[in-house]
Design a protein around this ligand. Structure first.
Ligand SMILES: NC(=O)c1ccc[n+]([C@@H]2O[C@H](COP(=O)([O-])OP(=O)(O)OC[C@H]3O[C@@H](n4cnc5c(N)ncnc54)[C@H](OP(=O)(O)O)[C@@H]3O)[C@@H](O)[C@H]2O)c1
Length: 399
């Protein structure tokens, strides 16, 4: 199978550079290398990649740090169950931080040499998949999904943010989810509460901060060893999600509070989130995670008993959840973390809010980074470690 991309030919797992790549000034650009997903369910393979030019509204970034997400792990292990539109080979990766090396037409927020953190959307439908994937040395990103990194922060600090904060903002601020007022430096207290189930996750750590910055009190759940951490991020009430009485405890603590919505993060969070919403009068639940984990699916093609069981449980759990939510008058919708790039939430977050909030330390880069290796070859071991589980940590690879 041969497929043409800019200046190169992709043959099955290999990419061959066929034309010299020059930037808009005519200078010869260095060559690019990517950690390719060569085929469904395969391990990543490091090899040459095309050097793409930024189009209108885009930047070309020389990546200095990337982080891994459960999304990359699930995509790698489940083949074409998700993101069926991604070609093979593919470049995964959403979280990047590095230096601007070229600027497309119409961008005036950045200059060559700026350090930026950006959300790489190469896996999304309709995007330039190879050019915009994060796991490579050079990535094309949308300038409206990028923010400058203040001098006080390292690339490996900032790189924990992109998918987590984008998903949190989508859930909290998009009109079809919780539709909260936008965050600001001096939020007007709303007198209302938001529940963030899974406060120690990447999505949850950012959601706690954004909900507080939009004037809300936050109640959250986390393992006991992370309670101080989520309080530092701004949570007011914290419960252990593994406690058999967690739902009753949350409901009891929230008695008399006005709860405007629940964000459910973490496998199995949807059902308790709807139960808490039903008992507290919240009418909106944003669901970040499926009810059933894909983690135990076998990493091989073809049907298996585990696959059939998992998909059956998933469908049954979804139907039961939606019936329960509708009976209680609750809208419980799944979040697609990149949908903010098609509405006002993306620029609100990446252009208006995040740059100043990062610069004056109002928004903290959380969860804390754990640098697990250097170079593109370190990404596959990072994904393997993520699959085994992390607690309030973002696994980061320096490039
Ligand atoms: N829909 C989307 O667009 C979208 C985007 C990004 C992520 N997600 C999903 O959101 C979830 C979290 O992703 P992430 O990157 O934020 O995760 P992450 O940082 O890798 O999450 C690790 C944390 O998950 C917490 N956790 C695990 N199970 C939990 C549960 N049942 N209830 C509460 N907390 C739980 C653990 O907390 P403790 O250490 O305190 O035990 C751990 O610290 C995943 O399911 C992911 O697939 C969805």
């Amino acid at each position: 199978m041969t497929r043409r991309v800019v200046g190169c030919r992709v043959m099955a797992h290999r990419v061959i550079i066929t034309t010299p790549i020059r930037n808009t000034l005519g200078d010869l650009m260095p060559t690019n290398t990517a950690a390719w997903l060569p085929a469904p369910r395969a391990d990543l393979v490091v090899g040459p990649a095309a050097m793409h030019e930024p189009g209108p509204g885009e930047l070309l970034i020389r990546n200095r740090a990337v982080a891994v997400n459960p999304l990359d792990d699930v995509k790698q292990r489940t083949g074409n169950l998700m993101y069926r539109w991604l070609p093979s080979p593919a470049v995964l990766g959403e979280d990047i931080a590095g230096e601007v090396v070229a600027i497309g037409p119409g961008v005036d927020r950045f200059a060559v040499g700026d350090r930026v953190v950006a959300y790489a959307v190469g896996m999304e439908r309709g995007r330039r998949h190879d050019a915009e994937g994060g796991f490579q040395q050079f990535t094309v990103v949308r300038a409206d999904l990028a923010a400058p990194i203040p001098d006080a922060l390292r690339d490996e600090d900032a790189v924990v943010l992109p998918l987590g904060i984008s998903t949190a903002a989508t859930a909290l601020f998009q009109s079809d989810h919780l539709a909260l007022p936008h965050p600001s430096e001096h939020p007007s207290p709303t007198g209302t509460t938001v529940v963030v189930w899974g406060g120690a996750t990447s999505v949850g750590s950012n959601a706690i901060q954004l909900a507080v910055a939009s004037g809300h009190r936050v109640a959250t759940t986390a393992s006991p060893h992370n309670h101080d951490r989520v309080r530092e991020l701004g949570a007011d009430l914290v419960f252990d999600y593994r406690s058999p009485t967690v739902v009753a405890d949350l409901i009891s603590a929230l008695r008399g509070s006005s709860v405007v919505g629940v964000l459910a993060v973490g496998t199995g969070s949807a059902e308790p989130a709807v139960a808490v919403a039903a008992a507290t009068g919240a009418r909106r639940v944003a669901l970040a995670s499926p009810s059933v984990s894909f983690g135990s699916l076998p990493r091989r093609a073809g049907p298996s008993l585990t696959f059939v069981r998992t998909m059956t449980r998933l469908v049954a759990a979804n139907v039961a959840l939606q019936v329960r939510a509708r009976r209680a008058g609750i809208s419980a919708r799944y979040v697609w973390g990149s949908s903010l790039m098609t509405n006002e939430v993306g620029p609100m977050l990446w252009e208006d809010y995040l740059p100043s909030a990062l610069a004056d330390g109002r928004h903290v880069c959380a969860p804390a980074p754990e640098v697990v290796g250097d170079g593109l070859e370190a990404i596959q071991p990072a994904l393997d470690r993520l699959h085994d589980g992390v607690s309030a940590r973002k696994l980061v690879v320096r490039l």
